[in-house]
Ligand binder design. Sequence first.
Ligand SMILES: [Zn+2]
Length: 544
Amino acid sequence: MLTRIANGRVIDPAHGRDGVGDVWMRDGRIVEAPPGARADATYDATGKIVMAGAIDIHSHIAGWNVNTARLLLPEQHRAATARPATTPLANAGWSTFQTGCLYAAMGFTTVVEPAVSPHYALHAHLELADIPIIDKATLVILGNDDYLLGLLHGNESEAAIEDYVAWTLSMSRSLGIKVVNAGGAAAFKENVRAFSFDDVVPSYGVSSRRIVKALQHAVTKLGVPHPLHVHCNNLGLSGNFETARMTIAAAGDLPLHLAHLQFYSYGKEGERGFSSAAPAVAEAVNAARSVTIDVGQVMFGQTVTISADVLRQFNARNQASPKKSVILDGDANGAGIVPYNYRRSDFYNAVQWATGLELFLLIEDSSRVFFTTDHPNGAPFTTYPEIFALLMSRDLRAQWLAQVPPEAAKLTTLPSIAREYSLPEIAAMTRAAPAKLLGLYDRGHLAAGAVADVAVYENDPDRAKMFRSAALVFKDGDLVVRDGKVTHYRFGRALDVRPERDRAIDRRMKAYYQDRYGLSDEFVKVPEHAIGRPEPFQEVPCAS
Ligand SMILES: [Zn+2]
């Protein structure tokens, strides 16, 4: 079947395209305009904006942390039929099924769940397979696990670490490696409550820096396209911009991705000793060509923080709102689930909100700054349209700034920043650049051969409205959304990498799991049948 999206303004920064024209699709792929051919189906996009489907590189949408949050906060997300309209998490529609529908309605077609423990990878994949429409991928967490720390403690070879990283990626069917507070969670088991980049995990004698560098080298050497994805130490603490700058400096010439950098861009200025240090952090990012970052924008409202940074979550448990939390220590990273309400009238929350926007606006290269709220940690992903609007309008930012505490506004440079994102910059940040960062070269653009993931938007001056509800969305060439409503359900797949390894590691891991856990190594293996949904899905409407 040959499909034509006709006469839209096609914005495809990967190929420098921005002009009125057509996009053609056949058998799930973008194709060149066939000379003289008549389309089997034509969609008129006159006056509309046409982009590739968007890609979210960091959004917690599946796995044991997400489900623990659901168990902790039943009042925030009842069954779809009884969903309260007023609570933000209800609006976020945080069920697995709604996750896919809501992403698709905004024109997102690929989403990465960035924090899967190797031992829970099977469950995360089974759950991801139940999310309709979008394609998915996972990042698997290493860096607080006994095996890696043991290799470093024993001064084992780089090759041994590479084999272990490759084995982990293959067993867990992941697209990349993430490290969360490298060494911090391991140190926490020994009652350490503060852990910085050059601190050492007591029992292993290994510093956070050494763990990050070892993993960065291994990921690079194995040829994994996505750089090591780093959740730094000292998340959320005033003065932590020094940690961010130290980590950026440690990247050297090798690729490194820093996640939700907003949470590491705080200074100690002002009466309360808490300020935005985004300009200093942005300057460091601008100068470090091998470093990419995502923002982790904060937006106001109720949410829940879910993180494998158990040390940080333990320290933050007293700020829980409502007053309940789950801290799970245990295997490797553990996890912490702490509900939180970001308030517009709160000094600290207002500084956090402004700090994220400063990073977006002060990092010059829109292909090195990625769009995230660290869903749901900074805000639910359903707030993305409002953030696009804020990035695109200085006036809108001024209106919001007028509503936050004046002493907070004074401690950021946001009021002085004139930059406004253009539509091609939004497209670069949410399409072209993430595809490249993840090594998913068949998407994020609209050239022949790409997966036919296409989003068509009304060119509405209300940018939030425009991005909230795409006019048309195609997934693999299938029309799945019309006027912001899902019209057709289908199921995507999980994307992964499986680098080569010396098979001797398989025997070593078998022995390790037997010795250490008394378990077969099979339990960490995600079988092929867990990827994707084989059976037809009975259609259930996405409740809005
Ligand atoms: Zn995260």
